[in-house]
Design a protein around this ligand. Sequence first.
Ligand code: ES4
Ligand code: ZN
Length: 325
Amino acid sequence: VVTPEFTRGLPKAELHLHIEGTLEPELKLKLAKRNHVDIGQATIEDVQKTYNYHDLASFLAVYYPAMNVLQTEEDFYDLAWAYLTKAAANNVRHVELFFDPQAHTSRGIPFEVVLNGLYQATIDARALNVDAHLIMCFLRDFSKESARKTLQEGLKYRDKIIGIGLDSDEHNNPPLKFARQFEDAAAAGLHITTHCDIDQKDSIEHIRQALEIMEVERLDHGTNIVEDPDLVELAAKRQVGLTSCPLSNSFVSPEMKGKEVIDLLNAGVKVSINSDDPAYFKGYISDNYYALAQKFDLSQDQIVQLAKNSFETSWISQRQKQLYL
Ligand code: ES4
Ligand code: ZN
């Protein structure tokens, strides 16, 4: 049987984690005080009371304003360090974490303040036996001109970034809007992935664009792909990684897309389990594995396969992968 101890002890990679989504109420209050930012909440209970969301838009409306407390390089370091110590405690050996530069540059925080703080934490994480890397995301509800400028900034720090992602509000913001920026990023040797959030208006069309036209290496969420057998076959053939996040899904879909995850496992698609925004969705990565195992009665073998998939679809070298597999 699958126990919480089993899901915690299993060596795993985390591939879908927004570092801003790891901001716990306690650190939020501490940084608000340190930076003299009035967030309108004084206690942990006050903060938690604002956590009302039932869809992507209502979640993002809580999520972005909270980032105002992040001001200095030290703040970004502290945020990432807090997550990385939790990752180590969950036996996460490898993490590729998302950050949203535009969520900070758009409110006057310099790009390098964000990057330097986060990057230093990834260096220091080696002491925790966690191999950590940064994926820079474009906010898809911002213009492609803004994404172009953000990519230009990011390329100044090419060696500190492993890849490019696409997140935020998907409604009327298809992956193809950023085809040019993804092409340029790939040409610079960056890996590429995109969110295809669950049950969006044009889920299948967005997944199709991402796989057939932009040739991304992973889909973040992406589990609606089961509605199109041809796309499932393509994802299996190309070994595309699908990064599913059960507890995040549970806020908008009671079955957490568990049936889809099992179908994808059975179809040979490299699906993995991740935590998305753990401070907001009530659980870190081991909790996500456990919640899914409980609800769908998964076997230890299925859990091990999901963890294997996380290493296989990670962006570490082939030689490094063999250490884990
Ligand atoms: C996100 Cl669940 C989700 N979807 C899209 N963008 C995001 N950013 C943080 N969490
Ligand atoms: Zn996400």
